[in-house]
Each structure stands twice: as structure tokens, then as C-alpha cells.
Design a binder for this molecule. Sequence first.
Ligand SMILES: [Zn+2]
Ligand SMILES: [Zn+2]
Length: 280
Amino acid sequence: MYRNVVGALATRHGKRAALAAPLRRAVGLRLRVPDVDTDALGTFTGEVPRTAPADRLVVTKARLGAAAAGCPVGVASEGSFGPHPAAPWCPLDVEHVALVDDRIGLVLVERAASTDTNHAELFTDGDDRAGLLAFARRVGLPGHALTVLPAVPPDGTYPMVKGIVRLPALLAAVTDAAAASRDGRARVAADLRAHHNPRRMRVIAEAGRRLARRLATRCPACAGPGWGVVGTRPGLPCRACGTATERVGELIHGCPLCDHRVTAAPADTADPAECPRCNP
Ligand SMILES: [Zn+2]
Ligand SMILES: [Zn+2]
């Protein structure tokens, strides 16, 4: 039902490179990029605060693109960065990809997560040249870009310098921002916009492949697209004693169009080290 259908991909950041191929291969959907200001919904660089969590924003963005292009099908992606829930010292990149199809009332969101991210920031007065260069290397210059802003901006707005990939531009931006800042320091951060961040683009591509797989999988009850895992339940049994652990046990498969659900029994067992009875 997507063969040669054209969907709108709302992006200003080159995400077509990550999303077009998996969707075309899986279901034949083609993407075109309409002229739409996705930054109005909030930016990574922080000039426009976000108004909703990423998994809701991504659906709004897909609808915005579809409306701008006059297509019934819209696709968008939205990322969020934060600490890993199980390892808070580790930054985690979570990328959501959504597809809305107004022809059948389908809303599908898939996600992928990775700890391979360069999400980081540095505060510097510009004197520690070696520290600044080490930070730039760690973030991945010149393959990845940086942003620079005064640490404590002066009254009024101060334009953020974005997409910095060259050292002379970085040094000049840091000097200017530190001089403008009320505390004499510049804030240097990884540029998280997808077209300046190949690591993020890889996670977006993985979320896109998952979305494509879901679209290609039909519901056993209504034959609509999008069948897949919609929830999980803890309780994976311990390998030694069979007690339910906190690990994910049952997978709940569901259809985004009808109420059909199938619960799949766990295919694995949990390590006794994670068992409340064997290892209390
Ligand atoms: Zn169904
Ligand atoms: Zn046990």
C-alpha cells in the first residue's frame, strides 16, 4: 500500500539520507522534503525550547510536513539526549521516527537508542588552548561540528555560532563569546543537529529501519500495516529456579489500527545473578 506513494519528510537537516533507503526497500515508499520550518517546534541548539516530549513532537512534525506538502503520508524524526537510565554517568541518544498516514488513520512511532554519542560541553575562558583542542578531538572535529555561545550571555540575545568544523573558526568564536560573556567564559558544545553529527545520523537510520520493518509487517487480524512490539512485561524466569525476575519477559505484539494483541512467552531465561531468590 506504499508502493510508489510519495510521503513528506519534514527535515532541514539532511535526514533523507538516513530514512529514504530503508522505507523504499521495505515497502516502496518514496520521500520528498517539503519546505517547512521544523525549528519552530524546538531546536537542539536550544534557541527554541521544545514544547513536548520527543515521542509526541515527532508525530506533530510528521503531520506538519504532510500538511505542507499536501500528502496524506508524513515522516519525521526527533531525538533526545539524556543520561542512560541504568548507567546515569553515560549519555544516551534516543531517536524517534514517526509515520502518519491519514488515508487509514495510522500513527506509528519507532525508536532506537545508542550510547555512542558525542553529547558533551566545555566551559572555557579560551586560555587553555590544549584543553579546547582535546575537547574538539573528543567530540570528533572535523567530522562532527561544534557550537559556541557565551557561558552567561549579555542582556538581549547573542547569536550562537553553529556548525563549526575548523580550528581557526573555533578559536575565533571562543574568543568572541568569552569576551561577551558576563563571566568571561565561552560554552563550547557538540553540534547535535543531524547533518553535523554522523553518530546521531546512524541512530536515526536504525530507528528508520525498525519503522520500515513495522510497516512491512501486517496485522494477522486486520491485515493493516505496522504490526510489532507495543509493550513488554517484566518477569523473565530465572534459569536456576524459575522465579520471575525484573528482566523483560513477555513481549506484547499489537496492531496500531485494530485492538488485536498477542502476548509472546519469553524465549530466554534470566541469569541467577538477577534472581531475587538465588541472589537476594
Ligand atoms: Zn489490526
Ligand atoms: Zn533463581
